[in-house]
Design a protein around this ligand. Structure first.
Ligand code: G1P
Length: 287
């Protein structure tokens, strides 16, 4: 079985839900406490043994490239002043560890992934949707890669949501369950509540076989008039093993404002350097 060495990060979205914050900066650069969302996703990938990060970007997203580059002025100035540089650790991706490709038109998540086909090549790969912030030890992708080693095929991370929320997501039809894995017998993107096959939603982490790129080539527009990754994956069920993995950890939907605020508060309350202060003022505010 080939190891998962590459990850695709679709980051071309306009981030309209976070305006005006995202007028001039990518939504993936919004910080949770002091680290941008995209950095959490890259750290999660590295923890899972992934070596090459492939970013599918668009116009106005160059802050992401700068973030993972060398910052000469900053580093030289800080080192000349004897400042602690530890906060910059892990923020650099060398030329062998990252690649950028542009999605020129907003045609959907499936199209974004397809834009990375030449860099992915003929091997299984991971996908991270960075606004799904998965917090746990080990991280979500490490848990998935560990499960994948025993079973192969395609794997998506799923979680339960209240039934009335399913229409914002990809939803699975579940088959048999063994431990943290459930067979996926069907997939539908943004179904109406009454048509949803379950309340188990696709939560932004995928391990897919390279054949998905061929399927995406002929994928027609689906929900919202966009080329949907979910529709392409649905066509692969039956031809290859397909499993859902339930993450043992916490998920914050940082695509929503309240989910983003919750992530900030939760992480601040875990940080030794600020948790007491934050707890005290949060209690104060609530009173
Ligand atoms: C995308 C996927 C969907 C998934 C969701 C997770 O939807 O298409 O299947 O459940 O991410 O956040 P989007 O949020 O781009 O509409």
């Amino acid at each position: 079985m080939k190891p998962i060495r590459k990850a695709v990060f679709p980051v071309a979205g306009l981030g309209t839900r976070f305006l005006p914050a995202t007028k001039a900066i990518p939504k993936e650069m919004l910080p949770v406490v002091d680290k941008p969302l995209i950095q959490y996703a890259v750290d999660e990938a590295r923890e899972a043994g992934i070596e090459q990060m492939i970013f599918v970007t668009g116009r106005g997203k160059s802050a992401i490239e700068d973030h993972f580059d060398i910052a000469y002025e900053l580093e030289a100035t800080m080192s000349a002043r004897g400042k602690d540089m530890s906060a910059l650790e892990g923020t650099q991706l060398g030329p062998g560890n990252c690649a950028y490709v542009r999605q020129q038109e907003p045609l959907g998540l499936g199209h974004a992934i397809w834009c990375a086909r030449d860099i992915v090549g003929d091997e299984p790969f991971a996908i991270f949707l960075p606004d799904e912030f998965m917090h746990g030890r080990p991280g979500c992708m490490k848990q998935m890669v560990d499960a994948y080693r025993g079973i192969g095929g395609n794997m998506i991370s799923v979680l339960e949501v209240p039934k009335e929320k399913v229409s914002s997501y990809g939803v699975i039809a579940p088959g048999r369950t063994h431990g943290s894995l459930t067979e996926v017998t069907g997939l539908v993107e943004k179904p109406r509540v009454e048509d949803a096959p379950s309340n188990l939603i696709v939560s932004g982490r995928y391990i897919l076989q390279p054949e998905v790129m061929r399927v995406l080539e002929t994928q027609e527009a689906g929900a919202g008039g966009e080329i949907q990754l979910t529709d392409a994956m649905a066509r692969m069920i039956g031809n290859q093993p397909f499993h859902a993995h339930v993450f043992d950890g916490e998920r914050f939907d940082c695509g929503s404002k309240t989910g983003y605020l919750k992530a900030n508060l939760a992480l601040a309350l875990e940080r030794p350097d600020m948790k007491d202060t934050v707890r005290a003022f949060a209690a104060d505010l609530l009173n």
